[in-house]
Design a protein around this ligand. Structure first.
Ligand SMILES: [Zn+2]
Ligand SMILES: [Zn+2]
Length: 135
C-alpha cells in the first residue's frame, strides 16, 4: 500500500501531489526495477546481473529534494546488497542544475513528508496533507 501526499505552499500556492510508498504489484526486484526511470533501470539491471537474487530493500516511491535549488523529484527507492551485505546499488537523484545529489525527504510515522521546502519560492511553510490511498 502506498499513500498520497498533497503539498501546497502557503506563500506562493505551488501545489503538487506525490504518491509515496509501495504498490501491491511490486512483488519482486525485477518488477521494481521495471518501474524505475531509464538510467536507474539500466544501472540497477547491471548490478542485478552481477549479483543475482540479491538481498534488497525498497521503500517504494520516495521524494528527493535538492538542498540548493530545492527542486523535487519522485523516484523509486532501492537498495541492493551483495553477498557480504555491502550496498552495491542505492537510488540517487541528481539535480542537473546544481550538479549535486538530491536528499531523500523522510516521511513521518503517518507517511507524511517532513521538512519539505517549496521549490518555487523556497518557503518552508508548506502544508502537506494526506492524499488518497493507492495500491
Ligand atoms: Zn538543484
Ligand atoms: Zn512557495
Amino acid at each position: 500500500m502506498g499513500n498520497g501526499n498533497y503539498i501546497i505552499c502557503q506563500k506562493c500556492e505551488y501545489e503538487r501531489e506525490f504518491l509515496l510508498g509501495l504498490g501491491m504489484m511490486w512483488g519482486n526486484i525485477e518488477n521494481i526495477i521495471g518501474f524505475m526511470d531509464k538510467s536507474s533501470r539500466e544501472e540497477a539491471s547491471k548490478i542485478l546481473q552481477e549479483n543475482p537474487d540479491p538481498h534488497y530493500k525498497t521503500d517504494g516511491n520516495c521524494v528527493y529534494q535538492c538542498q540548493k535549488c530545492f527542486s523535487l523529484r519522485e523516484k523509486i527507492h532501492l537498495l541492493i546488497y551483495d553477498k557480504n551485505g555491502k550496498i552495491v546499488y542505492r537510488t540517487q537523484s541528481n539535480c542537473i542544475k546544481c550538479k549535486g545529489k538530491r536528499k531523500r525527504l523522510k516521511e513521518n510515522s503517518n507517511g507524511i513528508l517532513d521538512k519539505i521546502t517549496c521549490p518555487k519560492c523556497k518557503s518552508n511553510e508548506v502544508n502537506v496533507s494526506e492524499g488518497f490511498c493507492w495500491d
